[in-house]
Design a binder for this molecule. Structure first.
Ligand code: NAP
Length: 544
């Protein structure tokens, strides 16, 4: 039997969101002494942090939950088709209670540095409060969109009014009544804030750089029959989502947008628009994410909807994206976004043609006009995929950080799970993992790692690491897959976070796997069935 130096934990997981909870449950089941830490003062990860007005899922309740716990499946009751942030947070707390996870979760605990000690084969993890712990396996469950960014606009700090970032919203909420409010940033976060906050404000100014294609939806209450249907079909629904390219439990489309008549195309677009949200992107046609011509047809359909909805033609035209086609950015689900621009108190300022030049003590300056504001909201996104992993020091073999490795070599990983030079370090939703409804890959990733670590234990192996060759193979596959989609070229035009293009100075490269969630899971399954050939292993010497 091998004996490495004893550690405080077998597995330490950073992050107590969906990833951390799934990891804790599955690694405990594998017999590992597992501990989860989170810098926040509540569990929930992204759903703890994002508490801005209007926050809710863009995925429907039926495929936005774990399938692995019978007890949770039987007892949890969803209320809304698109659950609010508060509802998802309640779900995660319910999961933590029902799976008895809380006693292994430590909150208000922020990791500053984690160093791999080769001789002892352990990770030494330093917390901000000065404590240091050791663990055999270190797992990131820090999320892919967790490192918020403010824009580099001159004078940002000089604004004298109230200033909020969507991902740093005050828990006590914000009173907008009688106030002049401005918003910068109209991705999936900003477009949820606009319809909720605008009616509360005296004046509401939307500073728009790149418009989005937003698919509107209604948000009905979930009925008892719908909940029963979900319970009766949970595994089938989860499996359907797992096989879907974007991990949503939806029917695959049958036809290319280019092979049907214009009338038929319009009829299909219309019917899926009426179903709302992700139904439009996923169920209309087979090629809205793969063929530029098809993507442009969807783009034009949505422009038509914007022109129909927004009464002022000039505002409608500004809201129509024209510099990239449909799917070039992650398509958000809207809840009366476009109709909000019909309110007399709402004003749209185009900052694409004439960028914001300055933020002053009083407000925002565009084209020589100073828009005076009491409150300024930033929904300006995240240093996606890599931001959290490079914000702290994760130091692998030879003293090299993850940040240095990726800066030198570009993004590299094996299946988005493991990185060469960082033995026994694993990522839930790492770089180059699927661009999808993330709850599904989170669950499946935790189950995959559970099997891998159990296999290693049974094989007497205690040091696992991606081979250098595996990283080249996975990068090639990630690039190949992305280039077969419209997201690659259109994403670059649109400055999409999944291409690294939303952060000035960040390397432009494919950050996510776009070959489809089902295909990604096939790779993971094949890897396990073949005995993990793309990993290298070591067994610690037998102690005397
Ligand atoms: P985002 O999609 O990256 O959007 C950031 C916004 O800020 C963009 O409109 C961007 O404009 C604007 N911006 C950034 N810097 C700017 C500058 N210097 N001047 C003017 N505008 C600037 O960020 P996000 O909305 O937070 O969403 C990120 C991702 O999180 C989403 O794609 C989604 O995957 C996830 N998310 C999901 C949900 C949900 O499921 N309900 C909700 C929120 C977020 P440009 O486009 O011109 O750069």
């Amino acid at each position: 039997m091998s004996h490495s130096t004893p550690t405080d934990y077998d597995a330490l997981v950073i992050g107590a969101g969906f990833s951390g909870l799934a990891m804790l449950h599955h690694l405990r089941e594998a017999g590992l002494k597992t501990h989860v830490i989170d810098g926040a003062d509540g569990i929930g990860g992204t759903w703890w942090i994002n508490r801005y007005p209007g926050v809710r899922t863009d995925s429907e309740y039926s495929y936005y939950s774990f399938s692995f716990s019978q007890a949770v499946r039987e007892e949890w009751v969803w209320k809304q088709r698109y659950p609010s942030g508060e509802e998802v947070l309640a779900y995660l707390n319910f999961v933590a209670d029902h799976l008895d996870l809380r006693n292994d979760i430590e909150l208000n605990t922020f990791v500053e540095r984690a160093v791999y000690r080769e001789t002892e084969n352990l990770w030494e993890v330093s917390y901000r409060d000065g404590r240091t712990v050791s663990t055999r396996f270190l797992i990131s469950g820090m999320g892919v969109l967790s490192q918020p960014v403010f824009p580099a606009i001159t004078g940002l700090d000089s604004f004298a009014g109230e200033k909020y970032h969507a991902a740093r919203w005050p828990r006590e909420g914000v009173d907008f009544s009688g106030k002049r409010v401005g918003i910068i940033g109209l991705g999936a976060s900003g477009i949820q804030i606009v319809p909720v906050v605008a009616p509360q404000a005296k004046e509401f100014v939307v500073f728009q750089r790149t418009p989005n294609y937003i698919v509107e939806t209604s948000n009905d209450a979930v009925t008892a029959d719908q909940m029963q249907h979900l319970r009766d079909n949970y595994d089938a629904i989860f499996e359907k989502a797992a096989r879907h390219p974007f991990a949503v439990a939806m029917e695959p489309a049958e036809y290319s947008a280019l092979e049907v008549s214009a009338e038929e195309r319009q009829r299909i677009f219309e019917s899926k628009w009426n179903e709302g949200g992700f139904h439009f992107a996923n169920e209309c046609f087979t090629d809205l994410a793969s063929d530029p011509e098809a993507s442009e047809l969807a783009a034009e359909f949505i422009r038509g909807k914007i022109r129909e909805t927004v009464q002022d033609p000039e505002t409608a035209e500004l809201l129509c994206p024209k510099t990239y086609s449909f799917n070039g950015k992650r398509v958000p689900t809207g809840h009366n976004y476009y109709s909000t621009f019909n309110l007399d108190t709402v004003r749209l300022v185009d900052t694409l043609a004439t960028p914001i030049t300055e933020i002053t003590e009083r407000g925002v300056v565009v084209d020589g006009t100073e828009y005076e504001l009491d409150v300024l909201i930033f929904a300006t996104g995240f240093d996606a995929m890599t931001g959290t992993l490079t914000a702290i020091d994760i130091v692998g073999r030879d003293g090299r950080t993850l940040s240095e490795k990726w800066a030198d070599e570009g993004l590299k990983s094996n299946l988005g799970i493991s990185v060469h030079g960082f033995p026994n370090f694993f990522m839930s939703l790492g770089v180059q993992t699927p661009y999808a409804n993330l709850v599904v890959p989170i669950q499946m990733g935790a189950q995959w790692l559970q099997s891998f670590l159990m296999w290693a234990k049974e094989s007497g192996i205690d040091r696992l690491e991606a081979t250098p060759e595996s990283e080249e193979t996975w990068r090639d596959e990630t690039e190949r897959a992305a280039k077969a989609t419209v997201m690659y070229e259109e994403g670059k035009k649109a400055g999409a976070w999944f291409m690294g293009d939303n952060i000035p100075g960040k390397r432009e490269e494919v950050n996510v796997y776009m070959g489809g969630h089902g295909t990604y899971q096939d790779f993971c399954r094949a890897e396990a069935e073949a005995g993990y050939p793309t990993f290298q292993f070591q067994t610690s010497p037998v102690s005397a």
